[in-house]
Design a protein around this ligand. Structure first.
Ligand code: HEC
Length: 160
């Protein structure tokens, strides 16, 4: 006869088995996970930067508190060490349709690290003035945007 204890034990192990199964596909290919992670990182960058761009363009009213929040989020994001997601061999030739990162990003003469540093520097400057009004914000949008473009032009393919 099954006691309550055995039944609940069975339920617990069934639940564990289900959750392990649910996790397994996500870790099946760590390279693909890394690709998704770096894309997620840039989606977060874009979501916050986009809010500031909309204010700079006058599409939404400037709001000092919101502007500062977006800029602080950006600054926090640039403090993450995302280097671990740029695994050599995870370029758009090996992972066609999954990534837009060009193989040149990993070449010996790659400037990706430098360009990433330029992004971090520009964002730190942006965060310093984002809450000080539209006139202070606008020039920094151009500066940060330039660092995005510089890197995309060199290392991000136009399409998947
Ligand atoms: C150091 C280089 C570099 C800088 C700087 C950079 N990016 Fe990117 N970005 C990339 C690469 C490479 C990819 C492609 C990643 C992939 O598909 O694996 C990418 C992808 C993206 C994506 C697509 C994410 C997805 O889901 O596929 C967006 C959006 C994006 N970047 C926005 C930005 C914005 C906005 C900035 C500036 C505020 C920026 N990036 C700065 C290199 C850079």
């Amino acid at each position: 006869m099954r006691t309550f204890k055995t039944i609940s034990k069975t339920l617990v192990s069934a639940a564990l088995a289900t959750s392990v199964l649910a996790i397994t596909p996500a870790v099946a290919d760590s390279n693909e996970d890394a690709i998704k992670a770096r894309q997620g990182f840039y989606s977060m960058i874009s979501a916050n930067f986009g809010g500031l761009v909309a204010m700079a363009k006058g599409e939404v009213d400037y709001d000092a508190k919101m502007a500062k929040t977006y800029a602080d989020n950006l600054e926090a994001l640039t403090k993450l060490n995302t280097g671990i997601y740029w695994i050599p061999g995870t370029d758009n030739e090996a992972y066609a349709g999954k990534t837009r990162a060009k193989p040149e990003l990993w070449a010996a003469d790659s400037k990706a690290f430098e360009y990433g540093g330029a992004l971090g520097g520009a964002i730190a400057e942006l965060a310093g003035v984002a809450g000080d009004g539209l006139d202070a914000l606008r020039p920094m949008i151009g500066k940060v945007g330039g660092t995005c473009q510089q890197c995309h032009k060199a290392y991000r393919a136009r399409s998947f």
